[in-house]
Design a protein around this ligand. Sequence first.
Ligand SMILES: C[S@@+](CC[C@H](N)C(=O)[O-])C[C@H]1O[C@@H](n2cnc3c(N)ncnc32)[C@H](O)[C@@H]1O
Length: 509
Amino acid sequence: MAGAKPTDRARRAAYEVLRQVHEQDAYANLALPKLLADWSLAGRDAAFATELCYGTLRATGTLDAVLAAGSNRPLAKMDDTVRDALRLGAYQLLYTRVPAHAAVSTTVGLVRSTAGAGSASFANAVLRRVAGAELATWLDRIAPDAGADPIGALAVRYAHPEWIVRAFAAALDDVPPPADATRDAAQDDAGRSATEDDAAPADAAPDEAGTPGADPAATPAAAGAAGAELRAALAADNDRPVVHLAARPGAIDAAELARRVGGEPGRYSPYAVYLPGGAPGELPELRDGLARVQDEGSQLVATALAAAPLDGTDTSWLDLCAGPGGKAALLGALVAGRGGRLTAVEAAEHRAALVRAAVAGLPVTVLHADGRAVGERPELPAGGFDRVLLDAPCTGLGALRRRPEARWRRSETDLADLVELQRELLVAACRAVRPGGVLGYVTCSPHLAETREQVRALLADQPVPLSAVDARPALGTDLPQLGDGPTVQLWPHRHGTDAMFLALLRRIA
Ligand SMILES: C[S@@+](CC[C@H](N)C(=O)[O-])C[C@H]1O[C@@H](n2cnc3c(N)ncnc32)[C@H](O)[C@@H]1O
């Protein structure tokens, strides 16, 4: 790409990431920064590449529906390289202010260079059809009627798979009405944003620029009608998340960290700092271990476990699923302040290595082991721990805004295996906690099968004698909209955090 215009290199970088995501199961937030560096893309050009890449990945399902309608060839029969180029072109046409002629000609050029002249003329014909109507018109054409199929309509308009829309509706207890103003809200959410000259903020981090932001009118404050909060939750997934840092307790406080990095202290976690529009990049505070990039919701659930009332000893803590180590680092620093020690367990070897790096200098023992082995090895004694965190492997539906490809990669069929594993780990965590001790069950997912239903089944079965503890006071007093308890579900559109779930349970004998 040497010699090419920076905007063309930005498009090419976005396209290469799409290929890596779809061909090699790569993660965009890891692949993109490497390509930006390799191709010397910075500032506005890096922001443009990020916008195109993240936006196209987030909107893939909707773009595919448009392309299918605009093509005489089924998507499944298209060459993979052509399909990704068309997605990138259609994204520019429908979701950005890039001029149509530039979106079409650069995409056709890309297809010509990767797949030859015949494919280029096919791409040209499809994109000209796509360019023939605006997003709103396309949505009206391809989305099911909201009256007959409200979930299907929201799925297309907000670019989420239907099973995720259904899961959010159930978790929010906000089932959309048969017919409503869905169309207007979704169109505003999808409003045009980037041009070649006016892309995402020039200094936007590769992992934070994204599809255009949420509709202010779709916030819970403006909500009220059935389905309004669901729309706000879906829109928040398409919003550009603010980078959150966690100050390491005992090493630096949030106010000082905020001053040093030019951010602002978080609203809810005493350790949180927001970097609005900023890139964490090579901040010395991160390099020196004074802080980590960590969503405020993750900070809150870990600190809530540490804050839950406890009688007796409070020096032996366990993190049963610790990789890559964000919560272990926070808990390790907090238990250090109490003169105690954390044991951090992780089943994947490379992730156990990440935990070791994250907890360097803290009183933490890292075990590369299966968390279900509680009671079977001396380092994991049954009844040996005062506080136990189970941050369970889950669908990750609570962090879709940070992982642009994730919503299309996960499928509902993943759920049954995950729920079973969560259940086995929960039983192991119950064995690990001492009588009188506290167990925190956390998922980065609001799916009821992974959250409230999992806890309800555990309390019904009582593998050890357990009672529920109200998690709300342990989270602090400032958090709004925490519901009736005793469990807590955070949401991006309510709290600006990932959608973390927390249940606190006490072993009573
Ligand atoms: C949600 S992540 C944990 C995130 C972590 N607590 C943090 O804050 O960085 C779940 C982790 O559990 C690990 N895991 C999966 N199955 C496990 C098992 N049987 N025992 C222990 N760890 C497991 C996964 O490899 C993954 O790293």
